[in-house]
Design a protein around this ligand. Structure first.
Ligand code: ZN
Length: 413
């Protein structure tokens, strides 16, 4: 029994095939039940996709949907304002064509449950909960002259970084995130651009501490992602068994080869860097933060080239923070400055799906996969900017359900 057929689309299936014109895609329940001319008999509803590209829903491996205040997380916001701000970000993300996202820290896993239960119309969320940071690390938000930490997480609502030291504390904090519903564990294993006290090239967490997080995650049948900018930090993270290297902005060939040999992934995040550089004053960057950011920006293109030459699997993340988080799809044209549009789209579909261990469920338009589909104006391979323009994402379907149809193309059959 067919619930929906999308007729006469130009299909970009993201399996590696070239686009094909005149394709029908059938949906039964939450799954794709047929792909090809004439797929799906006597459907309940039909979408006429003539002149449009049909492709899998986009994915983002590095979002921070809970970091909606200028201070990062809930900041000084009243709780009720925070609830509405986060809800808006989650809903917009789906409307912009993202059907699965991995939150890289700051979002309490409860938000993912609310989407699952249908309370919020958002993308499938893979939450990391609170990020683990060492004392003085990227997640230690105290200025140097403060002793007390700022307000911590509000369980069930917000998830600020956990500052922990030593194998036992790291293990306990990792298990605590998993208990609360995190689907993977996030750590900070190098310095960062925006944190107040840590040098950018500092190594954070010892090998043993990182290993404790990896073991806690592996026992839960999941993995660790690490904020990790420099080659030295990447080498240490990989040796501890970390699967997902976030940012990897200053990467040398040796570190790239080790990512390949470890069957790990690099998640390149460009949108946030260009955002901050576009208007450093408005972003409130200090001179030292701006210096760090410019250093990263000048190197990141070469790092992505090295990934390409070495065969590193490149996933895609926007890393956007703040109250708006609009136009998350900008990450794709940004990536296409350094790789082909096809590779940039693969990063945000099939490669992320493999990174999430979800390649059997999402990331391509194939029979048996989740019916996570978007209809796009124009041809993304020729004009990747369309994926950054929410107005040109005309329809969004997640798990077989239509969440957006701006042109009213859905009709009873
Ligand atoms: Zn991040």
């Amino acid at each position: 029994m067919t619930d929906l057929v999308i007729r006469n689309a130009e299909l970009l299936d993201c399996t590696g095939n070239d686009p094909r014109a005149g394709v029908d895609v059938a949906v039964s329940g939450s799954l794709i039940s047929g792909v090809g001319p004439g797929a799906g008999s006597s459907p309940d509803r039909v979408i006429d996709a003539s002149g449009l590209t049909l492709m899998p829903g986009l994915t983002d491996a590095h979002v921070h949907m809970g970091l909606v205040s200028s201070a990062g997380d809930i900041g000084d916001l009243p709780w009720i304002d925070y609830v509405f701000a986060v809800r808006r970000v989650i809903e917009n993300t789906l409307q912009e064509g993202f059907t699965t996202v991995r939150d890289a820290g700051g979002l309490d896993p409860r938000w993912a449950r609310l989407v699952e239960q249908g309370v919020i119309a958002g993308p499938r969320i893979l939450p990391s909960g609170s990020v683990l940071s060492q004392t003085g690390g990227h997640g230690d938000l105290r200025p140097a002259h403060h002793i007390e930490h700022p307000r911590g997480s509000i369980p069930g609502l917000s998830a600020t970084p956990e500052v922990v030291d030593g194998v036992d504390e790291v293990r306990r904090a990792a298990r605590e995130q998993l208990r609360k519903g995190a689907t993977q564990v996030k750590v900070f294993s190098s310095g960062g651009v925006l944190s107040p006290t840590d040098p950018f090239d500092s190594l954070q967490f010892s090998y043993e501490e990182l290993r404790a997080a990896v073991e806690a995650a592996a026992d839960w049948h999941t993995y660790v992602l690490a904020h990790c900018h420099t080659s030295d930090a990447i080498r240490r993270a990989l040796s501890a068994g970390i699967r997902s290297i976030e940012h990897a902005s200053l990467l040398d060939e040796d570190a790239a080869r080790r990512i390949v040999d470890s069957d790990a992934f690099a998640v390149v995040t460009l949108a946030v860097k260009y955002d901050l550089l576009e208007d450093p004053e408005k972003a409130g960057l200090t001179p030292s933060q701006l210096t760090k950011l410019r250093a990263v920006e000048s190197e990141v293109g070469r790092s992505i080239e090295i990934m390409g030459e070495t065969g590193v699997k490149v996933g895609s993340g926007s890393d956007i923070v703040g109250p708006l988080q609009d136009r998350r799809g900008r990450e794709l044209p940004n990536k296409a400055k350094f790789m082909s549009p096809k590779e940039a789209i693969a990063a945000a579909t099939a490669v992320n799906a493999e990174l999430f261990y979800m390649e059997d469920q999402i990331g391509a338009v194939e029979e048996g996969k989740e019916a996570d589909l978007i209809l796009v104006e124009g041809r993304p391979l020729d004009e990747i900017e369309v994926l950054a323009d929410p107005d040109r994402i005309l329809a969004v379907i997640k798990g077989g359900r239509i969440y957006k149809d701006t042109q009213g193309r859905t009709l009873p059959a």
